[in-house]
Write a protein that binds this ligand. Structure first.
Ligand code: ADP
Ligand code: MG
Length: 297
């Protein structure tokens, strides 16, 4: 091959790899997969995911929520949906993802978890392949995929976190929430090499209180986990209007859009909606591992 021809090939390959990095198999832009997690349960993951999804959807983004939280307040409850099927039907090949997903009135696509996530890490190769193949169909149909992962360092939660592009940790100003958030990041970094996390502090009285939580967590990371970076995203104030919305099986974004928490979550959603400066590329062979879900770096 002569020199000019060789150069042409290099340029062409570079252009191809750039295109592949930014788009899925059919050339469509790839969705960003954002895991929302916490050390301790009941800190507001489900409400953040649901209300941020509403905000992003009203900004014109196509949003999918995967409910992997087997806690009490599931996504379908606060969206007031009664799904017939859940991910278990996808894993077993009884249903396609399309058949199982339900749509909220905002146009958000929701994959109900049900109790289907009990033993994801125990799935056989065939079942994992079913899931992978189905998730690949989401490429080109979504801009942002939120995964409400549930709390704690159970294998399912870690599995989902490690499979996602970005890992958002929610904590409150309670000592147990802070230590459990730290423990979660420690395990994620040790077991899966995750180096980059984002923090949202919920149920605080002020921005200053949230910053203190951030300072204590990032201080601990600096001391004990030198390679781990924690970015502060924002805080959500403690707000009875959010609680009232939950009691009505609703979203504060719909029922009290002017409340302090709804406004704060809108601001947070705007930050989350921006393409990340850094993200994790763990290269794990998890169900999101397929090249279809690789995003630009
Ligand atoms: N900003 C907030 N202000 C007041 N209460 C909140 C707030 N966020 C969450 N909560 C309360 O915490 C409960 C648990 O929230 P949820 O989103 O289900 O947490 P998780 O998904 O982390 O278990 C909610 O039902 C609500 O009562
Ligand atoms: Mg939850």
């Amino acid at each position: 091959m002569n020199q000019a021809k060789g150069l042409q090939t290099v340029v062409k390959n570079q252009a191809n790899s750039r295109r592949n990095a930014a788009s899925g198999a059919g050339g469509a832009p790839l969705p960003r997969v954002i895991a929302v997690t916490s050390g301790k349960g009941g800190v507001g993951k489900t409400n953040l995911v649901a209300n941020a999804a509403v905000a992003l959807s009203s900004m014109g983004k196509r949003v999918v929520i995967i409910d992997a939280d087997v806690g009490l307040a599931n996504i379908d409850i606060i969206f007031n949906l009664r799904p017939e099927f859940n991910i278990r039907h996808v894993i077993s090949s009884e249903k396609t993802l399309k058949e199982v997903m339900v749509q909220s009135k905002h146009g958000i696509q929701i994959l109900p978890g049900g109790s289907g996530f009990a033993d994801l890490t125990q799935l056989g190769e065939g079942e994992k392949l079913n899931l992978l193949t189905e998730f690949e169909t989401l490429a080109g149909q979504a801009d942002i995929i939120f995964v409400d992962t549930g709390a704690g360092i159970s294998s399912n939660v870690l599995y989902f976190n490690s499979a996602c592009d970005e890992c958002v940790v929610i904590a409150t100003n309670e000592p147990t929430s802070i230590t459990d958030a730290y423990a979660m990041m420690k395990v994620m970094s040790r077991e899966y090499g995750t180096r980059y996390f984002k923090l949202i502090v919920n149920m605080v009285d002020s921005a200053a209180e949230a910053k203190k939580v951030y300072a204590s967590l990032s201080g601990a990371l600096d001391r004990f986990l030198k390679n781990v970076v924690l970015e502060y995203v924002g805080h959500i104030p403690f707000d009875r209007q959010l609680q009232r919305a939950v009691q009505k099986r609703g979203l504060v974004a719909d029922l009290s859009p002017d409340s302090a928490s709804a406004q704060a979550i809108r601001d947070i959603a705007a930050v989350l909606g921006r393409p990340p400066v850094k993200q994790n590329s763990n290269g794990n062979l998890t169900f999101f591992m397929s090249k279809v879900f690789q995003t630009t770096t």
